[in-house]
Design a protein around this ligand. Structure first.
Ligand SMILES: Cc1cc2nc3c(=O)[nH]c(=O)nc-3n(C[C@H](O)[C@H](O)[C@H](O)COP(=O)(O)OP(=O)(O)OC[C@H]3O[C@@H](n4cnc5c(N)ncnc54)[C@H](O)[C@@H]3O)c2cc1C
Length: 296
């Protein structure tokens, strides 16, 4: 349970951090909250030659609404900052619902949303939430910044598209096109566990129609799954019980669950259907409320 030897650097500027990644050799890792990387190192699933600790970088601990209507979450914004955020409670029902369901309080005090996206665990909660919301990641490297839609960011289990010398500096949720509704439901074997199944639903309504919909699934495939067909079945029309049933069925069809110690594939697919149906049902009854629940 001890990591192998590594060099440790804790730069005080982003340029210095990127320089260290660029010059650092074959296997250098960014350290943010350390809540996934350190356990992986202790188990020797990861043995980087150098860690670049970004915790001393100034100005990355924010989450804020920008004048353009987007929400921006810096690379050092902790899960706990989001759990207790009044801004999220007022404007982001899907994120506000998910934040208290990520891990346990100890992990939430250190772990970061951006680190969770970078870690790309198929059971990571934030990737589903950001995917449902049409979010993106801003990466910075020696050549400048680029915007990567979340749908393109994760390439497989524990894999993302960042270059070896890029740092994810923030995540962005775009401006809503209408009134936001939705939530996140997660079944876990015990409080603080990873998801047996998690489901994120984000819809925006205007003039009686759904103008934007996103549905994404946690823990039921090799990576986070965007249920695009299910979302498309809702878009451009009023939300009705029939459409909710159709979307729930399509989302269940998009899941690729495997039978394991957490449950059978059939059970997990059933949960997706139930969760999507519940979340959309909640959105139908209120266009502004969030549904936050640990499913028992
Ligand atoms: C007991 C336990 C229970 C947990 N339960 C859950 C759960 O229920 N749901 C859930 O979603 N997660 C869970 N987690 C994981 C937790 O949410 C982590 O905090 C998160 O996955 C990673 O964030 P971090 O800041 O700790 O990243 P780190 O551990 O520091 O890094 C993770 C990976 O991302 C890379 N990385 C991090 N930040 C950046 C960046 N800015 N730019 C480029 N690369 C970066 C690192 O190099 C590393 O490869 C759990 C963890 C533990 C220990």
């Amino acid at each position: 349970m001890f990591p192998s030897r590594f060099r440790y650097e804790a730069p005080h500027s982003l340029d210095e951090a990127i320089g260290l990644l660029h010059d650092g050799g074959d296997y250098v890792k960014v350290l943010a909250g350390g809540q996934s990387l350190v356990p992986m190192m202790k188990l020797r699933f990861a043995s980087p030659e150098m860690l670049v600790d970004i915790n001393n970088l100034p100005g990355l601990a924010y989450h804020r609404a920008d004048p353009d209507g987007s929400l921006r979450i810096g690379a050092l914004c902790r899960h706990a900052d989001l759990e207790f955020s009044e801004l999220l409670k007022a404007t982001q029902p899907t994120m506000a619902a998910a934040a208290p369901l990520v891990a346990d309080p100890l992990v939430r005090n250190r772990g970061t949303l951006v680190g969770s996206l970078c870690h790309a665990d198929p059971q990571g909660d934030w990737a589903s939430v950001l995917l449902a919301l049409g979010g993106s990641v801003i990466a910075q490297g020696p050549g400048g910044r680029r915007v990567i839609p979340l749908a393109d960011f994760v390439t497989g289990p524990f894999q993302n598209v960042l270059a070896y010398d890029e740092i994810a500096v923030e995540a962005v949720v775009p401006k809503a096109l209408g009134t936001r509704a939705g939530g996140y439901l997660k079944l876990e074997r015990r409080v603080g566990d990873f998801a047996t199944v998690g489901t994120a639903v984000a819809i925006e309504t205007s003039g009686g129609n759904v103008v934007r919909a996103g549905i994404a699934l946690t823990g039921v495939g090799g990576s986070t799954i965007g249920a695009a067909e299910a979302a498309a079945a809702l878009t451009g029309k009023p939300l009705t019980t029939d459409r909710i049933a159709e979307a729930a069925e399509l989302a269940a069809g998009a899941a690729q669950p495997k039978t394991d110690h957490r449950g059978t594939a059939e059970y997990k697919r059933h949960l997706v259907r139930v969760f999507v149906s519940r979340l959309l049902g909640g959105a139908l009854s209120t266009s502004t409320g969030a549904t936050a629940e640990r499913a028992a």
